[in-house]
Design a protein around this ligand. Structure first.
Ligand code: NAD
Ligand code: WQD
Length: 370
């Protein structure tokens, strides 16, 4: 499709961790972005910081993706949205087992509403093309050690999906609904990229934007960062009796800026699809976004300790329910088809996380510090 100078990329969830970094990457690549976010898990300060880093004013809508009238009013104001990067949603695995309906409602109902409103609006615009990039997750693969002899590690995109928690199921159902949507002859103007992220970490090297979890962090690096600042006493390492090189589980940690560039690459790939009036389906394809390299928990503790400049305290704790031995991406498809490859290693991600943490020990509540 042709990208006109006045076309916008809508970023849902753009005040959040990955969305804010991706907004900056897109603006730096010359794109015009609009951010939509309900702020349920983020602060508008993140948008201000992206504006500061990019020296750009970003249209911001404080909206829930389930708000049909709100979305319509936004489209009326900005009719020229040619692409959507869809990050908005709830993402805490443990919480999703406690309040599954909230997760289905926010993630699934929200996405249905978003797709429905844009489908109708694009039909009204004579089916002008819409490129849609969805934030999926490696969590859709479930426990890949269920396959014998490690045949699915590293994990290729053709690995059968079988998520083991409600959060993961919302992601998988959204993948199905997007695929079904593009398969209809009525929606040949839809091009969808499903991006399955592995473990995003790190921050922008300026220390101005980063991850700002509410409450006690669930994830490894945000928890370690709070150990480093003294907000938490020590890290609990959830099990050291796994069949790995040091007994702790292996994950594919990817710098958030590499992930952000992956979105730009996916968008550019979708934009290369020439509208075909004779086609009877739209386009939909899934890509893993990972480095292809796995690190253990202890290796990550060592990498972050090196960034901080001292050994961070930890103790071995019982295994966490639902954890699996190894989630490492096979990244070849994205490397080959998107022309995208990660540039940063885990050490650089740890250094950037530490810069962000030192400058913002209370997250975006420290807005005066920046
Ligand atoms: P985040 O919570 O920082 O960002 C999500 C944003 O969506 C937040 O700003 C939140 O306020 C907003 N939001 C939530 N529900 C909304 C709604 N109904 N309407 C409008 N806005 C809403 O999370 P993140 O880490 O930046 O993740 C972004 C996306 O990537 C999510 O969809 C998440 O599931 C997915 N993902 C994240 C990870 C990860 O480890 N961070 C891994 C794989 C996939
Ligand atoms: C990493 C490793 C823990 C905390 C989660 C979601 C997944 C995706 C990414 C959204 C594991 C260990 C952790 C701690 C620890 N998100 N750990 N002590 O579980 O791989 O993936 O985030 O889609 O869906 O499940 O990431 O950072 O929680 O854990 O020992 O205090 O660190 O056991 O081995 P996970 P994580």
């Amino acid at each position: 499709m042709t990208i006109t100078d006045d076309s916008y990329v809508l970023i849902t969830g753009g005040a959040g961790y990955i969305g804010s970094h991706t907004a900056l990457t897109l603006i730096e690549a010359g794109r015009k972005v609009i951010i939509l976010d309900s702020l349920v898990n983020s602060s508008v300060e993140a948008v201000r910081r992206v504006e500061k880093l990019s020296q750009t004013k970003i249209p911001f809508f404080n909206l829930d993706i389930r708000d049909t009238e709100g979305l319509k009013a936004m489209i009326e104001q900005y009719p020229n949205i040619s692409a959507i990067l869809h990050f908005a949603g709830l993402k805490a695995v443990g919480e999703s087992t406690q309040i599954p309906l909230d997760y289905y409602h926010a993630n699934l109902t929200g996405t249905i509403n978003l797709v429905d409103v844009f489908t109708k609006s694009k039909k009204a615009q004579n089916k002008s093309p819409i490129n849609f990039v969805f934030s999926s997750s490696a969590t859709v693969y479930g426990d890949v050690t269920r396959f014998p002899n490690g045949v699915m590690i590293p994990i290729p995109e053709h690995c059968p999906t079988d998520p083991i928690n409600p959060y993961g199921r919302t992601k998988l159902f959204i993948e199905h609904l997007l695929r079904d949507h593009t398969q209809s002859p009525q929606n040949t103007n839809w091009n969808v990229a499903i991006l399955r992220y592995f473990n995003p970490i790190g921050a922008h090297p300026s220390g101005l934007i980063g991850e700002d979890p509410l409450g006690i962090p669930n994830n490894l690096l945000p928890y370690l960062a709070q150990v480093a600042t003294g907000r938490r006493e020590k890290l609990g390492v959830f099990g050291n009796d796994y069949a790995s090189r040091d007994g702790t589980p292996i994950r594919d940690y990817i710098h958030v800026l590499d992930l952000a560039r992956g979105h730009l690459a996916a968008l550019e790939r979708l934009e290369k699809i020439t509208p075909d009036t004779t086609a009877d389906t739209g386009f939909c394809r899934e890509w893993n976004l990972g480095t292809g390299e796995g690190s253990t928990v202890i290796e990550m503790v060592d990498a972050f300790s090196a960034a901080v400049g001292r050994d961070l305290p930890y103790e071995i704790a019982p295994r966490r329910a639902g954890d699996v031995l190894d989630l490492t991406a096979k990244a070849d498809r994205a490397n080959e088809e998107l022309g995208w490859k990660t540039q940063f290693d885990v050490q650089k991600a740890c250094e950037d996380l530490w810069t962000w943490t030192k400058q913002n020990p209370q997250g975006y509540n420290d807005s005066e510090a920046n």
